[in-house]
Design a protein around this ligand. Structure first.
Ligand code: 5GP
Ligand code: MN
Length: 323
């Protein structure tokens, strides 16, 4: 940690990046740390390859997140947050790998250890928890804007303090953030309170798509490009839907397949898919995701794959035999 802080304090222009198709932790971590480093008088660029989901657009300074970066030599340090591997950053990953110093800050058990320096804690409830510790160690006082992001990262990555990632720090830090002015009800209204009509309609299609393995231990939910088109929604709108598939009685592992765009369009047949995996805690889905080239945590993981939907579903259903 000290070494990382020395490099941050020595740098002129720092790039902060997190994984594409960001969740609450990925958005919050780059914002909180970006604001804190800004307090040190450093120039910062805050990057994410994907559009920021509507529910996180209330976060202070969210408009500072850019979708393109300049040449590698523009920056002297890159802070890569909430990414188990560097390609998770998306489009800019090749450029980032050429930035003189790449620092990997994460809480995924499957983290590959990429970069020149690492700050990885698989016991942290969220990357936001690690960011909180880093800000404290940098001696920056946390203002309401930073606190809002830290709190939102913890809230969303612990599934509102329900997932197995929920630890003592989740509550302790959240208490401190509320003392700094965060209003839990206001955050909850933004994050969980309102959905577009399209998202509700998409949920209906997603629920209807659920299939169960013969032994009842595995469920698959499928959201296709056609469903996004029909409801006027986007891949970010599937966030959270997998929990319905996981809550089904006797289900140990749930999979949510959602189609991604190949370039600008969805393709029929051979497509590009993201698969989210969740377990009831008794099965290590990070290992399953790893066998498909992805990663994550013991009870929440994922991977991307180019294949046909039919083959993907049958490969996933086969996993049920070992449950
Ligand atoms: P989600 O299913 O919500 O996209 O992701 C669940 C967890 O799995 C997150 O911690 C996320 O970082 C990880 N994950 C999801 N997709 C991928 C992937 O394609 N590669 C890797 N390494 N991790 C992933
Ligand atoms: Mn995270």
């Amino acid at each position: 940690m000290d070494k990382i802080i020395t490099h941050i304090k020595r740098a002129h222009h720092i790039l902060l990046a997190s994984h594409s198709e960001p969740d609450g932790d990925a958005v919050s971590s780059i914002l909180a740390l970006g604001l804190a480093i800004g307090q040190l008088g450093k120039k910062t660029t805050i990057y994410n390859a994907s559009p920021i989901p509507a529910v996180y657009r209330f976060l202070p300074s969210v408009e500072r997140i850019v979708r393109h970066i300049k040449k590698a030599n523009t920056y002297d340090v890159a802070l890569v947050l909430d990414c188990g591997d560097l390609p998770r950053v998306g489009e800019a990953s090749a450029t980032i790998s050429r930035i003189p110093l790449v620092i990997n800050i994460d809480h995924h058990i499957s983290n590959t250890g990429f970069g020149d320096l690492q700050l990885i804690d698989p016991l942290a409830c969220s990357t936001a928890e690690i960011v909180y510790r880093l800000i404290k160690a940098m001696d920056v006082s946390i203002d309401k804007a930073m606190a809002t992001s830290v709190y939102t990262g913890i809230l969303t990555d612990t599934g509102s303090f329900r997932f197995s990632s929920t630890n003592r720090a989740a509550f302790a830090i959240s208490q401190e953030m509320t003392e700094l002015g965060v209003e839990p009800h206001a955050v909850a209204q933004h994050v969980y309170g309102t959905y577009s009509l399209g998202r509700i309609k998409l949920l209906n299609l997603a629920l209807d798509s659920i299939e169960i393995s013969e032994n009842g231990k595995l469920s698959i939910m499928t959201v296709t490009g056609a469903m996004f088109a029909e409801t006027g929604t986007h891949p970010e709108d599937v966030d959270g839907m997998i929990n319905y598939a996981r809550r089904i009685e006797d289900v140990k592992v749930a999979a949510l397949i959602h189609e991604q765009k190949n370039g600008k369009t969805y393709s029929n047949g051979q497509g590009h898919y993201h698969v989210s995996l969740r377990s009831d805690g008794s099965v290590d889905v990070a290992a399953i995701a790893g066998s498909f080239g992805g990663g994550g945590h013991t009870s929440a993981a994922g991977f991307q794959i180019e294949t046909s939907l039919k083959k993907l579903k049958s490969d996933i259903i086969t996993l049920a035999q070992n449950l």
